[in-house]
Design a protein around this ligand. Sequence first.
Ligand SMILES: [Zn+2]
Length: 246
Amino acid sequence: MKKILLLITVFAGLAIGTAFATSWSRANIDCPICKTTNEFHFLQGWGSSGASTHAQLQHIHWLEENRFASVRTCKNCRYTAFMWNFSNIDSTTIGKIQKALPYLELPAQNYSDCITKRLANARQIYKLYRYDDADFWNDFYRVQGFHYARIRNVNQAETARLKALAITSSLLTIPENEYRKKELLFIASSMRYFTNREHDKALKDIDLALTMTYNNPNLQPYQNERLNSHLTRQLEHLKWRINNRQ
Ligand SMILES: [Zn+2]
């Protein structure tokens, strides 16, 4: 179920028509850990927003690309999480985080710190309760790599992307993932391209992926068709980029 939600979230931008504009406001939101009220960006409605071409090539959703709003940090206790699950945690997890927070070295002090610092907080905190969720970490490290690269921190970007590549490579060995092999091969090729390594392997994987159809048994046919077409477009673009070394 987690994977389906992620997919729907990742591609939601593609599914929505262009009639509505995305609108943000500021909202007072209580920290679930220390109950301090923080003012965060709040998504009122979305419409025609989409990830940039650069983000799409890294399989990054437009909300994850947003360096201001996507990651929330509490100004009091420094608890940090993505905006879509900042408040959505159960009481056992809250207890676990409350106990661990005083012992963590969290670089981001508040919401206005650079997103790379906020993600460094988030990484330590998610490790407390989502340590075994390979899909989550695959996504997380791609997002981290994307934002490190944006501020020209090449080494940290590469480290994060290589982690995403390692996780993706391991997911590709699991027979149950056959239905989403096209997506995984795209991610692996993307991470190879953005870390400037094994371009031959990436091109081979892209050609293989282009022969495949994405077909998640838990999605509606129209959703699968949409995701499949999206992946085909991204694979073709990535192939062009690698061949032209851009
Ligand atoms: Zn707090």
